[in-house]
Design a protein around this ligand. Structure first.
Ligand SMILES: Cc1ncc(COP(=O)(O)O)c(C=O)c1O
Length: 538
């Protein structure tokens, strides 16, 4: 039976009760003029057609002009953002998730009921898990601890099984996310690592998709292209096509966070070499196969604070609900685009969405804790009570008690009960604090069966604890207690080894726990008998 054709509604003549619109005239910028001369940005473009699955809503992302940033940073050129967070799974990695799965299906490698395993910083996992959920594959994701819980919850909701690995594990260490994925692959029959680090489908998804869209959306004029590099698939695939079409009239700028070693020349990586950094998804401690560094004209190193603050600025001023690596790319783009002239175009890739960072960079408290403060965007809370200028050392701090990592949950419970504490710091064999075990954490883990009384306390560690120094003000401590129940009081200890006593060159500084302070300690101090504000004093 022939289907009735539905006439496409004409936005310029649509009327609704009380909202009559006369025939609008379309202006050159695509806006529609209303009868009273007002303009609306309501789209006059045809909506995408009906889709069989949401996988069809991957790619064809919007390119949005950032005029506020152009003005703020004094740019003569046009600054354009390719908004990849509008992909179905929320990131640019949906493109490669779909491409790698469909290539593997086409080659006969992936068959119904098979298991997809992938080591990822999260977004590729989400792209793959989305495909797996729709197409009916099993999906296992190996993810470093650093990556946000928001990504974990999305992965879980998509039915993926998740294994977390230590962030500090080098890529080739046995406990890294990459090594774990390989072990699981060897153990699980009919499982496949599609391997975004080496799979040609990764850069090809951008060569065939992202780059073509950018060329189309800019009328074939891209004078500068700026993208962060993780696996390098985005910058290599897009950069290759842009260079083929535009030659050297397009400058490709690669953004690598301080701490990573992808940038060329290698001396660019000296500052904070291989140290941890906060921004997720970009940078590595090895050079992935799919990263073609020959294609990149200029490498630039991004900084955590500038990246996170730029992310918040893009949300506040341009309304782009993007994530931290978008901030990294844009914070570097506004520096490099200064060399462009009026009429030239700089295109910046925004890989993922703020959805991944709701409890991180979207939280003012988190930003303040990290020291990412900016008077216009994030203001630190100031406390003005008589107590605010007093010091942590003025509090009555309990004698420190620490336990080592090999203590069992049963042992920790006995200790807390006998000593009358409800939490205790855990130190490793070097004496560094690795976390805190709290009554709450142990209860949650034991009751849900995620540990047993014989498990080591490391299975129930609370790792996002805060450290304060004895000289820190109680005002600053109150800021921490706004969102954390306790803080570890630490003092720096300088440690000289036999080879360092003479010159003192190799002296190491270690942070030693001198106690724990909790909200009740501050409350007791403020309301205590000796305090100026205490009714007992009157
Ligand atoms: C948030 C985010 N930004 C940027 C990238 C980098 O993309 P690519 O791996 O294509 O270099 C990734 C990759 O995982 C990412 O997750």
């Amino acid at each position: 039976m022939a289907k009735a054709k539905r006439a496409a509604p004409s936005p310029s003549t649509t009327s609704a009760k009380g909202w009559k619109r006369t025939k609008g005239e379309k202006s050159s910028d695509g806006w529609v003029k209303l009868s009273k001369g007002r303009t609306t940005s309501t789209s006059v473009k045809a909506p995408p057609g009906p889709m069989n699955t949401v996988l069809e809503h991957i790619g064809n992302t919007p390119l949005v002009r950032c005029m506020k940033l152009e003005k703020e940073y004094g740019l003569d050129c046009e600054l354009w953002a390719k908004c990849e967070f509008y992909n179905a799974g929320g990131s640019i990695k949906d493109r490669i998730g779909r491409r790698m799965v469909e290539d593997a299906e086409a080659s006969g490698r992936l068959k119904p009921g098979d298991t997809i395993i992938e080591p990822t910083s999260g977004n590729t996992g989400i792209g793959l898990a989305l495909c797996a959920a729709i197409k009916g594959y099993k999906c296992i994701i190996c993810l470093p601890e650093k990556m946000s819980n928001e990504k974990v919850y999305v992965l879980q909701a998509l039915g993926a099984q998740i294994y977390r690995t230590p962030t500090e594990a080098a890529w080739d260490a046995p406990d890294s996310h990459i090594s774990l994925a390989k072990r699981l692959n060897a153990e699980i029959p009919n499982s496949h690592i599609l391997d975004q680090y080496a799979n040609p489908g990764n850069p090809l998804a951008h060569y065939d998709g992202t780059a073509e869209e950018i060329l189309d959306q800019t009328g074939g004029q891209v004078d500068m292209f700026v993208a962060g590099a993780g696996t390098g698939g985005t910058i290599s695939g897009t950069g290759k096509k842009l260079k083929e079409r535009l030659g050297d009239s397009c400058t490709v700028v690669g953004v690598d966070p301080k701490g990573s070693i992808l940038a060329v020349p290698d001396c660019l990586n000296d500052e904070n070499r291989l140290e941890g950094y906060t921004v997720e998804g970009i940078g590595y401690d090895f050079i992935p196969d799919v990263l073609d560094r020959e294609l990149i004209d200029v490498w630039t190193k991004s900084d955590d604070a500038a990246s996170m603050l730029m992310m918040r600025k893009m949300i506040r001023t341009e309304g782009l609900l993007c994530g931290g690596s978008c901030g990294a790319a844009m914070s570097e783009a506004v520096k490099h685009a200064k060399s462009l002239k009026a009429g030239q175009k700089c295109v910046v890739i925004l890989p993922d969405s703020v959805r991944n960072y709701m409890t991180k960079a979207l939280s003012d408290n988190w930003m303040i804790d990290q020291g990412f403060i900016d008077n216009d965007l994030i203001q630190k809370k100031e406390f003005t009570g008589w107590w605010a200028t007093k010091k942590v050392s003025d509090l009555e701090i309990k004698t420190p008690l620490t336990i080592t990592e090999d203590v069992t949950v049963r042992g920790a419970v006995d200790l807390l009960k006998n000593e009358g504490f409800d939490m205790v710091p855990v130190v490793n064999n070097k004496g560094d604090v690795v976390g805190v075990v709290t009554e709450g954490n142990m209860t949650a883990r034991l009751l849900s069966g995620r540990c047993t009384p014989d498990s080591q306390v490391t299975e129930c560690l609370y790792k996002s604890f805060h450290k304060v120094k004895l000289g820190e003000s109680l005002g600053a401590l109150a800021g921490i207690f706004d969102h954390e129940p306790f803080a570890l009081v630490c003092t720096d200890q300088r440690l000289f080894s036999a080879d360092s006593v003479g010159g003192g060159k190799n002296c190491k500084t270690r942070s030693v726990v001198s106690g724990i302070v909790s909200r009740i300690d501050l409350l007791e101090f403020i309301s205590g008998a000796d305090s100026p504000g205490s009714p007992m004093k009157k």
